[in-house]
Write a protein that binds this ligand. Structure first.
Ligand SMILES: [Zn+2]
Ligand SMILES: [Zn+2]
Length: 311
């Protein structure tokens, strides 16, 4: 009887042991699978995460085959649309004719005539109709900042010296207070208004000089581009084309380059000698030459070339 009881108890113990082990294994497996799942999800999210992803990006990706089709059909068969616009290609985003020198701005979401670049400071594109205003803004802003920096040099230096003096006096006061020499706190050497005044002058001068440097560099760069008769985008395109043709033993010629003086005349809209005063030195609201859709040689350039041809 006892031996049977012992056997039963042994079997029961063994059964309970098996159950416990099973439970432990199941728990370990669940934990392991859970960790793997979390790790895999983190890896996948890290790989595909894009902070700029939104509905427009998804739509663009879906439309990619259509863009590809438009691009290739235009390349194989030429522009087949019946339109008054003299197009050289089709904008794959707007699906509309694209004239020469026109580019699509993805920020403005439209095609811009003679696009130079999208300016984040102006929150607008710089193109055919506002390129001159953009350049004038840079030129006059740089000149104004240089004038302020040069004329305010003495003022800046005085304010800077005053701030240094303030620092020294403050140090001295702190030292005196720490040693407990005076029973009373000494009166302030500079009032809050004086401190703010000196600091504002230093801040304004540093800001003016920084703007003069940064905007001056940008203005000089645009001057080089205008002298060459190309826009910021065309510079990259022309450089590639120049390289490609050089490898073929040919020379690239920019069709919109009328020579340095000619380019400036076209850019500023100077048709007669008087225009150097009325349109360049004085503020003027005249429109640029041409509609931006076609690019015929401007009359001022034709006049300039005629005497040379007759000789
Ligand atoms: Zn477009
Ligand atoms: Zn734009």
């Amino acid at each position: 009887m006892r031996s049977r009881q012992r056997m039963y108890s042994a079997v029961m113990r063994f059964f309970l042991k098996c159950l416990r082990i099973g439970q432990r294994r199941r728990f370990w497996l669940t934990k392991h699978v859970g960790q793997l799942w979390l790790y895999g999800r983190l890896c996948l999210r890290s790989l595909v995460y894009n902070s700029f992803a939104n509905g427009d990006t998804a739509l663009d990706a879906l439309f990619e085959p259509i863009y590809w089709l438009v691009d290739h059909v235009t390349r194989w068969f030429g522009v087949q649309l019946k339109s008054d616009v003299a197009a050289v290609s089709i904008c794959r985003k707007c699906i509309s004719p694209k004239p020469a020198r026109t580019h699509h701005c993805s920020i403005c979401n439209r095609c811009v005539l003679k696009m130079d670049h999208h300016c984040p400071w102006l929150n607008n594109c710089v193109g055919h109709f506002n390129h001159r205003y953009f350049f004038s803004f840079m030129l006059f802003m740089t000149m104004g900042c240089i004038y302020s920096s040069v004329s305010g040099w003495d003022l800046f230096w005085e304010a800077y010296a005053a701030i240094e003096k303030m620092k020294l006096l403050d140090k001295g006061r702190l030292h005196v207070t720490a040693n407990q020499t005076y029973s009373q706190t000494p009166p302030p050497t500079f009032s809050f208004r004086q401190r703010a005044f000196h600091k504002s002058i230093v801040y304004a001068w540093v800001l003016c000089s920084s703007v003069a440097l940064a905007l001056g560099a940008l203005m000089l760069w645009h001057s080089v581009l205008i002298t060459r008769g190309e826009t910021s985008i065309e510079r990259h395109i022309n450089r590639k084309e120049r390289k490609r043709l050089r490898l073929k033993g040919k020379v690239f010629r920019n069709p919109y380059n009328y020579g340095p003086l000619g380019n400036w005349k076209v850019f500023l809209g100077v048709e007669t000698q008087r225009h150097w005063v009325t349109r360049v030195l004085l503020p003027s609201t005249h429109s640029p030459y041409g509609s931006g859709l076609t690019w015929d040689t401007p009359p001022c350039i034709v006049q300039q070339k005629t005497p040379l041809l007759t000789i």
